[in-house]
Design a protein around this ligand. Structure first.
Ligand SMILES: Cc1ncc(COP(=O)(O)O)c(C=O)c1O
Length: 441
């Protein structure tokens, strides 16, 4: 299969420019934006199938972005499409809750042991923000402790106020978010000491790039319990990737609240807040406490997303999709890291982390992570028809796709080794990718 790009990106660039005039930053998610990709990149995508996508200029790419990790089976999957088409004929949004809501709620509660009740929404930020509000209401406290080793929890003020992009968030709100570090239980203890009886919740991704050390997660579980704070696992990425039931299934720890999103519905929009009944019920009708207005949205339980999610779960369990990610990921990591050795650049370039969701570590001559080198790696892969802004696997990444990836990486790492020797500016076309978290453009 020839994935070498055949045409340039002219139409893509032109349409990208038009979109940028109409939509701030030319994208509805900053991670998809122009400043996050090399200059020679597909501008706009027209369609996708399985693990491939096509841009408006007709170039075909092997895709590792997978819709910001939301597509875990494959783009435009036939079985998911069939389930959706069936739902289309039944209607998508009714005047009272649908029977599908019951069916999908039962499925999640049956699947994930920490979820005694659930509530559906459309985006991850909806549910992490709902978890934060619920924790504040449940504890009567105002501080939220976020894990600052993890980059993103929500577009909402409680989180964005803690980033360099805090413009528009009042200082009073910013001050309510405090932070601790992953694998640093002392940083958790310090927070508890400095804010005794005041922390409503601790929120983190249970597993990400680093392995937990010295029982960090068990200690955090026990400290938050002792302190009377809610423990929230944000499983937006780890859910349906490390395990269908989330990383909590692997580590054997039950959080009080969990948030799922991304790969819950193979690219359709479903996020899930789930957790202990005692906490979740505050958003319900069966208690005498002050009410919590918890996630009340027009499209919260629309049928297309839920039908896709139900089928998604069925396929994940039947086809062992997460096991596929682990297996494919191991071959992918080992193969690329061997190529780095082939070009003697293993100290400068590596694929690391968990095999089901590895990360690219692109370093410069000084062995420091460097966005110029990261951009160069992406640029050279794009020349070979591979789109890898980050690494997200789907079931349709198979043997042939592994070979295409390794061939493309062989080329890219050869160029990378020359860039280490002669300087990256000799090879990089256009600007380097910019950090998302920056105060100014
Ligand atoms: C860990 C984590 N939490 C929350 C979110 C927010 O999800 P959404 O973009 O669906 O609002 C993201 C999105 O990237 C995420 O990675």
């Amino acid at each position: 299969m020839d994935l070498e790009i055949k045409v340039d990106f002219n139409l893509g660039k032109e349409l990208q420019k038009r979109l940028r005039e109409l939509v701030p930053a030319g994208s509805h998610t900053y991670s998809k934006g122009e400043d996050q990709f090399p200059l020679i990149s597909p501008g706009l995508i027209r369609n996708a199938k399985g693990s491939y996508c096509w841009d408006v200029d007709g170039n075909k790419f092997l895709d590792f972005g997978m819709g910001l990790r939301s597509v875990g089976i494959g783009h435009a999957d036939d079985e998911i499409n069939e389930a959706i088409i069936k739902q289309l004929s039944l209607g998508t949004n009714f005047t009272r809750p649908s029977v599908l809501e019951l069916e999908v709620a039962e499925k999640y509660v049956e699947l994930i042991p920490s979820m005694e009740m659930v509530k559906f929404a459309k985006n991850g930020s909806d549910v992490t923000s709902a978890a934060v509000k619920l924790s504040r209401a449940y504890t009567g406290r105002k501080y939220i402790a976020i894990c600052k080793s993890h980059p993103f929890f929500s577009v909402n003020d409680w989180f964005i106020g803690s980033t360099p992009c805090s413009n528009g968030v009042p200082r009073e709100v910013q001050e309510l978010t405090i932070s601790f570090d992953y694998n640093d239980i002392e940083s958790v203890k310090n927070l508890i000491e400095n804010y005794p009886g005041k922390i409503a919740a601790f929120i983190l991704e249970p597993l990400k790039d680093e392995e937990p050390k010295n029982n960090f997660l068990q200690e955090l579980r026990s400290l938050s319990e002792k302190e009377g704070s809610v423990l929230i696992f944000d499983e937006m990425i780890s859910g349906f990737r490390w395990n269908v039931k989330g990383a909590q299934e692997i580590i054997g720890i039950k959080p009080d609240l969990t948030t799922f999103g991304k790969a819950t519905a193979n690219g359709f929009s479903v996020s899930v807040l789930g957790g202990k009944k005692e906490i979740m019920e505050l958003g319900g009708l069966d208690h005498q406490h002050e009410r919590v207005f918890l996630l009340s949205q027009t499209h919260g339980a629309e049928g297309i997303g839920l039908a896709a999610s139900l089928k998604n779960i069925e396929i994940y369990l039947r086809d062992k999709v997460c096991e596929h990610h682990w297996g494919f990921g191991k071959l992918f990591m080992d193969g690329i890291n061997k190529l780095a050795e082939k070009y003697s650049i293993q100290d400068f370039f590596s694929i690391e982390g968990y095999a089901c969701s590895p990360v690219i570590r692109a370093k410069n001559r000084e062995k420091l992570l460097d966005l110029k080198f990261h951009t160069l790696f992406q640029q050279e892969l794009i020349k070979k028809g591979v789109l890898m802004p980050w690494i997200a696997f789907c079931r349709e990444h198979k043997e042939e796709e592994l070979q295409i990836t390794l061939d493309a990486c062989d080329h890219a790492l050869n160029i990378y080794s020359q860039a280490i020797e002669f300087g990256v500016d000799k090879f990089l076309i256009g600007d380097a990718i910019k950090p998302v978290w920056r105060k100014y453009n």
